[in-house]
Write a protein that binds this ligand. Structure first.
Ligand code: IMP
Length: 189
């Protein structure tokens, strides 16, 4: 993990935690593992909206086995705080009965979101269900959840970029960074 980045930094970002290069290298690694583990199978990659959009699309470009995608949208965050109540906002289009499922998430924090989703999806009788998560904050876990395909472990800090937002902003940054305190006070650029 590097702390420097060649990409021009957004003025609201205090520091880059994970560079674009490191993210892309990790995604290539995860895709290679999925290719190996799911050879001769056709998994469904389920992207959890909205945070996983960039991760899912870059992962999808690198996975070479046959696969399909679907989406779910849940909400539990307001600003930079989890409300602790997970709400299902958008459900899958297709049945997952008998299918191999890869749940693709941006970050595991308390684990409440994935705990809820795992329980919900298991009632639909998939053949298998595994978790792929770009980031993991292990110190803040409330529900036991582990990604079979983990990306980076990070400390208990609020991060933005590469799909992750603060009040819907900063999702388009190609790296993961930490905001300047002024950005939380509504004084962002
Ligand atoms: P959990 O339910 O507490 O595990 O949180 C999962 C969701 O919270 C993620 O999908 C994110 O949308 C959001 N989240 C957790 N930590 C962060 C963060 O540091 N930045 C932005 N979003 C976060």
């Amino acid at each position: 993990m590097t702390t420097q980045n060649t990409t021009a930094m957004h003025p609201d970002i205090e520091r880059v935690l994970i560079s674009e290069e490191d993210i892309q290298a990790k995604i290539a690694e995860i895709a290679a593992k999925i290719d190996r583990d799911y050879e001769n199978r056709t998994p469904v990659l389920i992207g959890i909206l909205k945070g996983s959009v960039l991760f899912l699309s870059d992962l999808l470009k690198r996975v070479t086995i046959d696969c399909s995608i679907d989406f779910m949208c849940v909400s539990s965050y307001e600003g930079d705080k989890s409300t602790g109540v997970v709400r299902l906002i958008l459900d899958l289009r297709e049945s997952i009965e008998g299918k191999d499922i890869l749940l693709v998430e941006d970050i595991i924090d308390t684990g409440l979101t994935l705990g809820y989703l795992r329980q919900n999806l298991m009632t639909r009788k998939p053949r298998s269900l595994e978790i792929v998560s770009l980031l993991d904050k292990p110190d803040t876990r409330k529900v036991t959840i582990e990604a079979k395909y983990p990306g980076f472990q990070i400390p208990n800090e609020f991060v933005v970029g590469f799909g992750l937002d603060y009040n819907e902003r900063y999702r388009n940054l190609p790296y993961i960074g930490v905001l300047k305190p002024a950005a939380y006070a509504g004084e962002g650029a």
